[in-house]
Design a protein around this ligand. Structure first.
Ligand code: GLN
Length: 484
């Protein structure tokens, strides 16, 4: 049976009805990866034997009449900055090329407990720095819709693995848009949960005050299911919050009647790609015709989002990457003395973008500059958070584009970091404010997917699921897929 592009729900049904075994499902996925991933480059490693053994265990448990957990037998791909015990955790860096994870991240423990099959680790920009996966130390992932285009980043591998029909779902991480933006560029659905929803224990940190592990899949329903499994407080991450996080998707109303949608007037201005703008506004119109109330809102400090993010994030990066010195972690080199050892290890192990961010962060944190840059950026971050707080007194969700354009040519922005940074314009503010945000497919421009972003108040993922569920009931962009 052909099993690519099935949703988690469809797979579960086929498994439960005995129309397919888990072993068949997993070997189909592995064969498809073998056949096509050389064109796409979604995976850094594929755990063939382990995945098949796990699949057989699920089949045996089912045959024995055992009660199976919620994701039993569902193949999931994992971004390679999330630790999976015994597997390489490279974070897309030469520095960690040979680093084997000593333990499972908390999200991985939860996925395992839910019966998911961890089929392999996906490519990413080095240490999650980037918007295209071109910063991976290993290779660039291609967009399955058009292999001359970037898939977005930094979770490009996870999202491409879904778009290419290798897996129904994956985990990525989102520090400034790294799940939402590739989801938009590859035509899948991706959720950045509220800061504190999902444990970061066992994630190779990029910027700890902004990072959230983020589920992606083709539909909102699958994303919500994955979210329910991985979210929740964890004593290994003191920033996690103990709040109810299990959403029964069935019980989420499938309508938008009375849902208040805010359109930020600062976002829909000159310079945005016309076709992206049109698709997003058409989606809003569709929700309005179905009973949503749409009003213009203002996020007056949003224009400083990129500037604040590209100061705060490198500061945190410079301190998080300090441990990558060849002694505590990573690429080890024998130097003449300690300093020489550090210089060589970091010089050889880290790529240009990581070095750029370490230098920017070290500079803006140094004496005399931290007040002018870092502390000022923190104040701007608070203003951005308050903008959202004010806006959410009036509306339930805010709608924007996810990315100002569709996927661009590989190489087009690679040598121009500033232009690359600007592509994060609509996504970074959610991380700065700690609020949940989700990207869903809302149309196409020149055969490339367009993503719509919805934002909600802290811990109100449910409003995103509601609007997304209804939108995906009345549209089918999310079910279109590229031909490989
Ligand atoms: N593109 C952004 C950056 O390069 C976001 C990265 C991320 O979310 N990990 O910082």
């Amino acid at each position: 049976m052909n099993t690519e592009f099935l949703t988690i729900g469809e797979i579960k049904k086929l498994l439960a009805e005995g129309k397919i075994t888990c072993e068949e499902l997993v070997s189909n996925a592995l064969n498809r990866i073998k056949k096509h991933d050389h064109e796409i480059g979604a995976f850094l490693h594929v755990a063939d034997d382990e995945a098949l053994a796990e699949a057989r265990r699920v089949d045996a448990a089912r045959a024995a009449g055992e009660e199976l957990p919620v994701l039993a037998g569902i193949p999931i791909a994992i971004k390679n900055n999330i630790l999976v015990q015994g597997r390489k955790a490279t974070a897309g860096s030469k520095m960690l090329e040979n680093y084997e994870a000593a333990y499972d991240a908390s999200v991985i423990r939860r996925l395992r407990a839910a019966g998911a099959i961890l089929i392999g680790e996906t490519n990413m920009d080095e240490f999650a720095h980037g918007s295209s996966t071109e910063n991976s130390a290993f290779f660039t992932t291609k967009n399955p819709w058009n292999t001359s285009k970037v898939p977005g980043g930094s979770s490009g591998g996870s999202v491409a693995a879904i778009a290419a029909g290798f897996v129904p779902a994956a985990l990525g991480s989102d520090t400034g848009g790294s799940v939402r933006q590739p989801a938009a560029l590859c035509g899948v659905t991706g959720l950045k949960p509220t800061y504190g929803r999902v444990s970061r224990y066992g994630v190779i940190a990029m910027a700890s005050s902004l990072d959230q592990i983020s589920p992606c899949a083709r539909t909102v329903e699958e994303v919500a299911e994955l979210f329910s499994v991985i979210a929740g407080s964890d004593d290994k991450d003191a920033t996690t919050v103990d709040k109810p996080h299990y959403f029964s998707f069935e019980n989420i109303p499938n309508d938008v009647k009375g849902l208040k949608i805010g359109i930020p007037k600062e976002y829909f201005i000159e310079g945005m790609d016309e076709n992206v703008k049109k698709a997003v506004l058409e989606a809003v119109e569709l929700l309005k015709t179905n009973g949503a109330e749409v009003e213009e809102i203002s996020l007056p400090h949003a224009e400083y989002g990129i500037a604040a993010y590209y100061i705060i994030m490198p500061c945190e990066v410079s301190s998080n990457l300090a441990r990558m010195d060849g002694i505590r972690y990573g690429h080890a080199v024998d130097g003449k003395n300690l300093l020489d050892t550090y210089l060589k290890a970091r010089g050889e192990g880290l790529g240009p973008e990581a070095k750029r961010r370490i230098m920017l962060g070290s500079f803006t944190l140094s004496t005399g500059y931290s007040d002018a840059y870092y502390k000022k950026a923190l104040r701007v971050r608070e203003l951005i958070r308050r903008d959202f707080e004010e806006a959410f007194k009036k509306v339930d969700i805010i709608v924007t584009p996810t990315s100002p354009s569709v996927a661009w040519d590989i190489g087009a922005k690679f040598n121009d970091p500033l232009t690359m940074y600007l592509s994060d314009i609509y996504t970074v503010t959610a991380n700065l404010a700690g609020i949940p945000a989700m990207s869903i497919p809302c149309g196409f421009d020149q055969d490339l997917p367009i993503g719509l972003q919805m934002l909600a108040k802290p811990f109100d993922e449910e409003s995103l699921f509601r609007a997304g569920k209804f939108y995906q009931t009345i549209t089918d962009h999310h079910f279109k897929h590229p031909k490989l």
